[in-house]
Every structure is written in C-alpha cells, then in structure tokens.
Design a binder for this molecule. Structure first.
Ligand code: ADP
Length: 217
C-alpha cells in the first residue's frame, strides 16, 4: 500500500478521512496531534512541555515532532503502509522526513491535499467533539457525523469531549500557522510529482471516495 501524507488546514477532515481509509485498507494511522494529546493526558515531561503551545494554537518545535515520527514509522506494523495525519507541517519537517525515508528505505507514496474554505473549517472545529477513549471524531452540526446519543460515543459509550484548541480564537491562530508554515509544502510535494488534490465535501463519504480514486489509480 502507498504511504499517504495528508496535507490540509486544521479541521479539514484529516482525522475523519484517516479513520475511513484505515478501516477500508488496514493502514496504520499516525496522527501527530493524537500522539501529542496522549502525552499531555499522561502528564509526561513531553506532555507538559507541549500543552501550553497547543492551547495557544502554535506549532510544537520540529525536533520534538521528528523524534515522535522517527520512532513510530520504524515500528514493524508500519511496513504495511501508513497515513500521516498532521505531519509534516513545515518545510524543515518535510526535509527531515525525506532523510528518514532514505534511512529506513521507505517510499514517500502520495501526498493528498484536502481543500476546504476557512469558514467551513472553523465551523467544523468549533462543533467538533471526540471520544477520549477511541479517538473517534463526531460533529454536532452535521447529521451524518452526530453521535446516536447526544454527547456519547456510539462505540465506547463514554462522554465525548471538546478539544481545548477548538475555540474560535485558537482556530484563527492555528489557521495562520497553517498559512505561513504548512502551505509552502503544497509546492514542495508538487515539485516532487507526488501531490494530489481533493475537496473536503459536505459529506465525508464524498471526500473518502475521491481519496479512494487516488489510492487505487
Ligand atoms: P488539526 O489538524 O485540527 O489542527 P491536530 O490534531 O493535527 O489538529 O494538531 C493539533 C495541534 O498539535 C496543532 O495545532 C499543533 O499545535 C500540534 N501539532 C500537531 N502536529 C504537529 C506538527 N507536525 N508540527 C508541529 N505541531 C504539531
């Protein structure tokens, strides 16, 4: 299976698309946001260091992220193919990732850019709720993304939570970080000939179907 890099603004649907592709193809889903939130939840030294940065809507330093990724993609289960959700987010991260790919003799695969207007992403971020146990993403504003029982995970039956950085104020800062630091990656991957563009549709199934076309062609 081709490895996948998901490139998109915050709350474009990277997490949801990753869940769906993982279920269909058996990919390993690597979300740097989830890895960092789990460090915060476990109150590790790393977690304490990044907590404030994330709450402020800023990017975590590249060296921390690279270390997390280097360890994760070298695990044997990743040999079958993985989805990078939220990495790389800076040119420096992309260059370091290229070095890791050569070192571990892995293929870059495909970079999928998910296009979404800022207002749509902001609406999604502000109404996004997540299961603290399994990580499944729900959304209060969309019929197909709502949990069956309000505020409760369909699978784990635990109370859904709202991310600290999903407020309107922090979203705007995250979006600025994205424009300044992550958007240059579009050209970076286009010049390597591995970039494919899809739209983030109102329905998650439409977005998923576009991604499937890319993966299977
Ligand atoms: P979203 O895609 O909705 O912005 P993520 O869960 O991917 O959310 O990331 C949440 C936060 O974690 C980011 O705003 C940033 O602070 C931090 N983060 C995640 N991945 C990276 C990365 N590759 N580089 C720097 N910071 C990151």
């Amino acid at each position: 299976m081709k490895n996948i890099i998901l490139l998109a603004p915050p709350a474009a649907g990277k997490g949801t698309l990753s869940e769906m592709l993982t279920e269909k193809y058996g990919y390993v889903h690597i979300s740097t946001g989830d890895l960092l939130r789990s460090e915060i939840k476990s109150n590790t030294t790393l977690g304490k260091k990044v907590d404030g940065i994330i709450k402020e809507g800023k990017y975590v330093p590249d060296d921390i992220i690279i270390k997390l990724i280097a360890k994760r993609i070298n695990e044997p289960e990743c040999d079958k193919g993985y989805i990078l959700d939220g990495f790389p987010r800076t040119i420096n991260q992309a260059e370091k990732y290229d070095e890791l790919l050569s070192k571990y003799n892995k293929d870059i695969g495909v970079a999928i850019y998910i296009d979404v207007p800022k207002e749509v992403a902001m609406k999604r971020a502000c109404s996004r709720i997540t299961c603290p146990k399994c990580g499944r993403i729900y959304n209060k504003y969309s019929e197909e993304m709502r949990p069956k029982k309000e505020g409760i995970c369909d699978d784990c039956k635990v109370k859904l939570t709202h991310r600290d950085d999903d407020s309107e104020e922090t979203f705007i800062k995250r979006f600025d970080e994205y424009v300044n630091k992550t958007m240059p990656l579009y050209d970076y991957y286009e010049s390597k000939g591995v970039l494919k563009k899809i739209k983030s549709h109102e329905s998650k199934y439409d977005t998923f179907n576009e991604a499937v076309q890319i993966i299977e062609n």
